[in-house]
Design a protein around this ligand. Structure first.
Ligand SMILES: [Zn+2]
Length: 307
């Protein structure tokens, strides 16, 4: 029998970590034809989700995210959704659009890699069929100079374009940790390496969530596990080039110059080929993890090798 999207009694559930925010279930999407929710997880992948895909909303608030994705009459009804929408602060709280028993439509379009960085292969590995989608309210990268605050995150897209990204707030990080714990409590096989950004699955098509505080969030979700921060040391083009040059990859006559050109792309592809990754020339969480492992074999920290 098809499970329904049952809301918690009273329509609200209280977050686990005693934080002063609530998970609002009033915008839960009905499990009906034409809505952006599908029942259950494919048997071909074990009848359970395999990972967590983090997104940014490109909105300033949760209200607009809810109007686009949540409830019966979402503007993107039948096109896109997510399991959660996480607001900027405790006052906005968290929306639940799809329960953890069902699938949300949050990735799949132009997806080339699956949750573990391998080629997509079967469509059952699309994000919308195999991972939990979490939207975080964030306007994304600055499209005008006057948007940028001093604390905006300096990073680069998977194809090496420098961008400045709105920082996630402390309260938001705390809520992301709380939601991550709820996910792992329900699906304990999901480990730190099963988390990634939308841009990791769809490089060249999506840039969310470049600059995401993965280490802070994962260290909160899995407090008893040693989690290496592979993201911060590979945030910028200069760091990425420095790490590749440290391993002896040829970046061309200009060397480490903070400009990601075809020679840098070719060096990255060689690294990917030699290390058994998909050689697509796009920077990803999978590349950063592999790079950290390679430096670890040499007794070096990634942070040291990329600076
Ligand atoms: Zn996304």
């Amino acid at each position: 029998m098809t499970p329904t999207q049952a809301a918690a009694p009273g329509g609200l559930s209280v977050a686990m970590a005693d934080l002063p925010f609530r998970i609002d279930e009033s915008a839960l999407i009905p499990l009906e034809d034409g809505q952006a929710v599908s029942a259950g997880w494919p048997e071909s992948i074990g009848g359970r989700p395999l990972g967590v895909t983090w997104h940014w909303t490109v909105t300033w608030d949760l209200e607009l995210c809810r109007r686009l994705l949540g409830g019966r009459n979402a503007e993107r009804r039948g096109e896109a959704s997510a399991h959660y929408g996480i607001g900027r602060g405790y006052d906005e709280g968290v929306d639940r659009y799809v329960t953890l028993e069902n699938r949300s439509w949050h990735a799949g379009l132009n997806q080339t890699l699956r949750w573990d960085g391998r080629p997509l292969g079967s469509p059952d590995y699309k994000g919308s069929r195999s991972t939990i989608g979490v939207e975080t309210v964030n306007i994304g990268y600055a499209t005008a100079d006057d948007m940028v605050g001093d604390d905006w995150i300096e990073t680069a897209t998977p194809d090496g374009k420098p961008i400045r990204v709105q920082p996630w707030t402390g309260e938001q990080v705390a809520m992301m940790i709380s939601i991550g714990r709820e996910i792992v409590e329900r699906w304990p096989h999901i480990g730190p390496d099963d988390h990634h950004g939308h841009h990791d699955l769809c490089p060249g098509y999506k840039v969310d969530v470049s600059g995401f505080p993965f280490a802070r969030v994962l260290r909160g979700i899995y407090p008893d596990r040693a989690i290496d921060d592979v993201w911060t040391p590979t945030c910028t083009v200069t760091q990425r080039q420095t790490a590749l040059a440290e391993l002896g990859y040829d970046l061309g006559p200009t060397g480490v110059d903070g400009q990601w050109g075809p020679r840098s792309g070719a060096a990255l592809k060689r690294f990917q080929t030699e290390r058994g990754l998909v050689a697509n020339g796009y920077w990803s969480t999978f590349v950063s993890r592999r790079l950290a492992a390679v430096f670890a074999e040499r007794g070096m920290e990634l942070a040291e090798a990329s600076s």
